[in-house]
Design a protein around this ligand. Structure first.
Ligand code: ZN
Ligand code: MN
Length: 493
C-alpha cells in the first residue's frame, strides 16, 4: 500500500469572480481588461462618506451556488468588515461575511481514487460572498522599478468556497477543482477564466504522521501551511506535492508540530516550482471582524430558496448519471461529453434519440464533432451542422450510399460550407459504388500487380494494403474494407 508514513491532509479555499455586470456594492462595470482605474467611483475607491448598496444579482448567483453545493442556507445572513491594511485596499477593510455566511455544510462528490468505484464526498465548510481588492503591479513597466495600483477590480463580487480538510492527495485536489469549476460553469455563476484570475485557489496543507514513524506513539500533525493565490490546477498539484515533501523533511529535521509551531503562509513560485515563506499566518482575530454598519442583514425567506432550487439547471453529476442510465454510455464517455458543456450534451441527446443508436452517436460526438470544434476553437453553438443533418449523413452510410471513411470527409465539408449531407455529397462527386464495378476494379488491380499478388501468396499479407491504396486513388468512393475482402477472395489465399 502506501509506503510513506504519513497521510496528506488538504483543504482548499477557492475564490471565484461572479458573472455580474456591475460590482458588489456600486454600479461600476465589473468586466475584465479595461484601462487601469477607469472603472471606479467613490464607493469602490473607499472615499469617506460613500455608502455601499448590495448587488441583488450577485446575491442571486451566490444563493444558486450554495444550493447547488447542497449547503444549508440560513434564513438570515449579514456582512462584516475584515480589517487589514494593504495598498490595493483603499478602505482599509474588505466587506465579507464572517459568522453568518451564505451557506454552510455543503458537499461535492468527486471521482474516487481509481476512476470507477464509489465517488468521494468532499465536505464544503462554508460559502460566502465578499468584495475583491484592487491589483498591485510591481516592476511591470519597462526600465522603471515601481509599483502601481489598478482599482478596477476593487469591489468586484467574489464567492469564497471553503472545503473541509477532506482532500488526501494532489490528484484529489485537482479532481475537486475540476468538478467545482465544471459545476460553476454549468450554473452560469462564473466564467472561471483562470488566466484572468476569475478562479484562484489557496491550499491548506499538512501531514498526519503515523504512530509507527513518530517517537510519541500518537498521530502527529505538521504545522499547517497555507499556499496562496494559485491560478492553475497544475500549480495547485505541484505546490501540494512540493509542500508534502518539504514538510516531511522539516519534521524529520526539526520535529516541529502543529502544536509547537505557528501556521505559515507561503507563496508558489511557478518558475522555480517551490513554495516560499511569506509571513506568519494571521489568525481570524487579527482581522478584528465586526458587523458592517453600512449594510443591512439579508433575510432569506424559505420561498426564495425553494424558487432558486426549482429553477436549478441539471448538475453535471446528474447528467453523467443520466447519460449512463438512459443512453448506456460508459463513465469515461459520459464524463467527456459532460465536460464539453450543456449545449454539447443537448446535441448528443438529439443525435442519439433520432438515430436510435447512442453509442454510435457518442463515438461521432467524441471523435468527429469534437475534432472540428477543436480545430476551429469554437463551441457547438456555432457548428453549421444541425443534429438532424448529422443523423441524415449516418443513415446514408447505413443505406450504403457512401462509406464510413467518406462520411468523415463529407462531415468536414458540411461543417465548412453549412450544406446538407446530400448537397455536400453531390458537390464532392460521391455516389455509391455498384457491386459489379467494385469487383471489376479489384480484378483489374489483381491482374496488373503480379508482384503484390505473389507477395500476398507467399504470406506477406500486409502487401495487400498497396492494392487498397490503388483502389482508393482510382475511385475515392470505393469502400476500403470491401476492396480488401474482394481482393483476398480473388487472390485466393
Ligand atoms: Zn465603484
Ligand atoms: Mn476571501
Amino acid at each position: 500500500m502506501n509506503a510513506v508514513p504519513y497521510e496528506i491532509v488538504v483543504g482548499l479555499e477557492v475564490h471565484v469572480q461572479l458573472l455580474t455586470r456591475t460590482k458588489l456594492f456600486c454600479r461600476c462595470d465589473a468586466s475584465f481588461g479595461a484601462p487601469p482605474n477607469t472603472r471606479t467611483c467613490p464607493v469602490c475607491l473607499g472615499l469617506p462618506g460613500a455608502l455601499p448598496v448590495m448587488n441583488g444579482r450577485a446575491f442571486e448567483l451566490a444563493l444558486r451556488t450554495g444550493i447547488a453545493l447542497d449547503g444549508e442556507i440560513p434564513d438570515r445572513m449579514k456582512w462584516d468588515r475584515k480589517n487589514y491594511f494593504y495598498p490595493d485596499l483603499p478602505k482599509g477593510y474588505q466587506i465579507s461575511q464572517f459568522d453568518l455566511p451564505l451557506a454552510r455544510n455543503g458537499r461535492l462528490a468527486i471521482e474516487g481514487e481509481h476512476g470507477d468505484g464509489p465517488p468521494r464526498i468532499i465536505r464544503i465548510q462554508r460559502v460566502h460572498l465578499e468584495e475583491d481588492a484592487g491589483k498591485s503591479m510591481h516592476d511591470e513597466h519597462e526600465g522603471r522599478r515601481d509599483s502601481r495600483i489598478d482599482l478596477n477590480r476593487a469591489g468586484t463580487p467574489l464567492l469564497e468556497i471553503v472545503s473541509e480538510p477532506d482532500i488526501r492527495s494532489a490528484r484529489e485536489a485537482k479532481a475537486y477543482l475540476t468538478e467545482l469549476k465544471l459545476l460553476l460553469t454549468y450554473l452560469d455563476v462564473s466564467d472561471c477564466n483562470m488566466q484572468e484570475g476569475s478562479l484562484r485557489v489557496d491550499a491548506n496543507v499538512n501531514l498526519h504522521v503515523r504512530p509507527d514513524a513518530s517517537p510519541h506513539g500518537s498521530v502527529i500533525e505538521t504545522p499547517i501551511v497555507e499556499i496562496k493565490n494559485m491560478n492553475s490546477f497544475r500549480a495547485v498539484e505541484r505546490a501540494i506535492e512540493y509542500e508534502v515533501a518539504r514538510q516531511y523533511d522539516e519534521w524529520t529535521a526539526t520535529g516541529a508540530t502543529r502544536a509547537t509551531a505557528p501556521k505559515q503562509t507561503r507563496g508558489w513560485d511557478d518558475r522555480e516550482e517551490v513554495t516560499l515563506a511569506m509571513r506568519r499566518k494571521e489568525e481570524s482575530s487579527d482581522y478584528r471582524y465586526f458587523p458592517e454598519p453600512d449594510l443591512l442583514p439579508v433575510v432569506v425567506p424559505r420561498s426564495r430558496i425553494d424558487a432558486v432550487a426549482a429553477e436549478m439547471v441539471e448538475r453535471p453529476a446528474a447528467i453523467r448519471e443520466r447519460l449512463g442510465r438512459e443512453w448506456g454510455l460508459d463513465a469515461a464517455a459520459a464524463d467527456l461529453i459532460v465536460h464539453q458543456g450543456r449545449a454539447f450534451v443537448a446535441y448528443f441527446v438529439d443525435v442519439a434519440r433520432e438515430l436510435g443508436d447512442p453509442r454510435r452517436a457518442a463515438n461521432w460526438m467524441q471523435q468527429d464533432v469534437l475534432r472540428v470544434l477543436n480545430e476551429r476553437s469554437m463551441g457547438i453553438g456555432r457548428l453549421a451542422v444541425a443534429p438532424g443533418e448529422l443523423v441524415d449523413l449516418l443513415r446514408r452510410v447505413d443505406r450504403g450510399e457512401l462509406t464510413r471513411s467518406r462520411a468523415k470527409d463529407v462531415f468536414q465539408r458540411m461543417v465548412e460550407t453549412g450544406r446538407s449531407a446530400v448537397d455536400a455529397m453531390r458537390a464532392m462527386g460521391i455516389e455509391s459504388v455498384d457491386r459489379s464495378a467494385l469487383e471489376a476494379l479489384c480484378r483489374e488491380l489483381v491482374d496488373s500487380n503480379p508482384r503484390i499478388v505473389a507477395d500476398v501468396k507467399a504470406g506477406k499479407s500486409q502487401a495487400i494494403g498497396a492494392l487498397v491504396g490503388q483502389a482508393k486513388r482510382r475511385n475515392p468512393n470505393a469502400d476500403p474494407s470491401e476492396v480488401l475482402r474482394i481482393c483476398i477472395e480473388l487472390i485466393g489465399t
